[in-house]
Design a protein around this ligand. Structure first.
Ligand SMILES: [Zn+2]
Length: 279
């Protein structure tokens, strides 16, 4: 999966400034600045910005075999025009396919953090401008003292099995056309096991039993923490599809599951495990 990298990810916040060699990330919406015309992902380094006045925000570090790599957020509006000859803003989905994997993980994680900073500038309680806390990743309101921490939305991925078959779905009206599993966000006041039952009922009209937690995955593409579950259909296996959300919901045998191992998503890992008879 995208977070399964050999480097060790350090996300603890430390107030610090960049030095030569550090990566400076520039993000606009869901687009991240990467070097043009290269096979592998390359981000801009601090020393390439030597005469630019801008503020930098520390993001995280990766401890790799070559040492510690630190990542900072730069101010995209202050980036010099001539840097855009060598670098361009690429849509976040580039990190689903490009290598090296540790920089793909860094790129999508920086994208989520940048978006949190971008949307956490004013206090939701009193409307005052927020200030950066110096000790942890948190925004503080100097007027009403409200504390704003990163928002992480838990969601479930559900592999519903029926003997030798797996419930597979396709979304309606989305760019992503491949098979998916039942998925959805946890609602306030419910456990994730209840989310599993509710989502399978909403999307496919099925009851489930024997719910087992599998693994989690940070999925920064949608600001989500995904929790994967296995379960079995309970009783009637006739599918009633939610036609607003899905275009396909069907039972697929192990043999029929397409072989498209991507090494990126939890959904894909669970499908491949079932196909290979490991679940
Ligand atoms: Zn406030």
């Amino acid at each position: 999966m995208i977070q399964d990298i050999t480097a060790i990810y350090h996300n603890e916040y430390i107030e610090q400034s960049p030095n030569a060699g550090d990566y400076i990330m520039f993000v606009k919406g869901r687009n991240v600045l990467i070097k043009k015309n290269t096979e592998e992902i390359e981000f801009l380094r601090y020393e390439e910005l030597d005469e630019v006045e801008m503020a930098f925000r520390y993001l995280f570090a990766l401890d790799t075999e070559e040492g510690r790599k630190r990542f900072f957020l730069g101010e995209a509006d202050l980036l010099m025009e001539d840097m855009l000859k060598e670098y361009s803003y690429e849509q976040q989905n580039v990190f689903r396919t490009k290598q090296p994997k540790e920089l793909a993980f860094a790129g999508i994680t920086a994208c989520q953090l940048a978006n949190w900073y971008e949307t956490t500038r004013f206090c939701g309680t009193c409307g005052n401008g927020l200030e950066h806390d110096k000790k942890e990743r948190m925004m503080r309101c100097p007027s009403c003292n409200a504390l704003h921490y990163p928002k992480i939305s838990p969601a479930v991925i559900v592999a519903v099995t029926n003997g030798d078959k797996l419930l597979m779905t396709k979304y309606a009206g989305r760019d992503y056309k491949n098979y998916a599993l039942v998925a959805g966000f946890a609602e306030i006041g419910e456990t994730v096991e209840e989310t599993v039952k509710r989502e399978v009922m909403e999307e496919a009209g099925l009851k489930v039993k024997n719910i087992r937690y599998y693994k989690s995955q940070p999925w920064s593409f949608t600001d989500t923490l995904l929790l994967g579950f296995w379960c079995e259909v309970d009783g009637n296996d006739n599918i009633t599809m939610d036609e607003e959300e899905l275009s396909v919901a069907e039972w697929i045998t192990r043999d029929e599951i397409p072989t498209e191992y991507d090494g990126i998503s939890l959904t894909n890992e669970m499908m491949m495990r079932f196909k290979n008879g490991e679940a």
